[in-house]
Design a protein around this ligand. Structure first.
Ligand SMILES: [Zn+2]
Length: 302
């Protein structure tokens, strides 16, 4: 068993809070100041021009596991959780460089910064955009149900994996909406393109997309997943206590596309239980679950 320090560099209170993009960028700056044992890059920009950051930590060149969060705006809790665990990874690998000898983690904690800021009541300045957002939100100023990017496209319906079939799912929307609209065509949105290109340009061995909620996870797509997916799903079920679900009626998702194009294991993890945004009172519980999953990712499984 790995000797693991749960503290990290920054106190939990930095993370257990309304996690706006501003907080995310300032924590990144602080961690980079404290420890340069990772690399980072800008993989794209949101519609409002906010950088979408990828962090990379670890020593392996051929086993790169990708983890992302914050694709759905009102699931910003997962951006905070993933960033907190990145902090722990940094400190623990500084104390014991060997823990990341067999793996490199590619981490994108916040794919949808514009949407997250909207849910956390940071309205964009642009008048035209404001009017449009209010119209899409049916003239309500309560954005807690907003999942989409700032234009009203659901980013996890943007990927070219049976995208046309999304329309056959009855709750999906046919126009710009706070949730469930797949966009005018696949990869119409810059945030989805950023993640798509990152994945194309790398040879990820596995991917994990963090969402909420349900305390279950999805690991199949059209029977295209490799046998290894089932093996991993069994393990993840034991480690997290979450229910493994092989196939759901899901098209156009990031993990759907990854499984389809690469025939490698891809997972959508539904962290926590309740109504999104999940309350901060859940933070430590979900942090523990995600920590167990990440420790599983970095442990030599042979
Ligand atoms: Zn989600």
């Amino acid at each position: 068993m790995l000797d693991w320090n749960n503290e990290g560099y920054l106190n939990l209170i930095y993370y257990k809070t309304d996690f706006t993009s501003e907080k995310f960028y300032s924590i990144f700056n602080e961690l980079w100041r404290l420890n340069k044992g990772f690399s980072w890059s800008v993989i794209g920009f949101s519609l409002l021009g906010k950088p979408i950051l990828e962090f990379r930590i670890g020593n392996s060149k051929d086993n790169i596991i990708h983890i992302n969060a914050g694709m759905h705006a009102n699931e910003w809790n997962n951006s905070a959780l993933l960033m907190k665990l990145f902090d722990e990874l940094l400190l623990n690998s500084a104390n014991n460089s060997k823990i990341l000898d067999n793996v490199t983690l590619s981490i994108v904690p916040m794919i949808n910064p514009d949407g997250i800021d909207l849910v956390l009541n940071n309205f964009p300045n642009n008048d035209y955009l404001r009017e449009n957002i209010i119209k899409i939100n049916k003239f309500s100023l309560d954005f807690s149900g907003w999942k989409a990017n700032i234009r009203g496209v659901d980013l996890n319906n943007q990927f070219p994996a049976c995208w046309e079939l999304i329309k056959t799912i009855d709750f999906k929307k046919s126009e710009y909406s706070s949730r469930d609209f797949p966009g005018p065509y696949p990869l119409s949105e810059p945030e989805a393109i950023a993640l798509y290109n990152l994945t194309l340009n790398n040879n990820f061995s596995e991917v994990y997309a963090l969402h909420s909620q349900g305390e279950e996870f999805y690991w199949g797509f059209n029977n295209l997943e490799p046998p290894e997916s089932e093996f991993l799903a069994d393990k993840i079920e034991k480690i997290t206590g979450y229910k493994a679900v092989r196939t759901i009626k899901s098209y156009g998702g990031y993990k759907d596309w990854f499984i389809q194009d690469y025939k490698k294991p891809g997972f959508t993890i539904e962290l926590g239980k309740g109504i999104n945004p999940l309350p901060l009172s859940r933070f430590e519980t979900d942090l523990n679950t995600l920590r167990n999953l990440i420790l599983f990712c970095i442990t030599d499984r042979k």
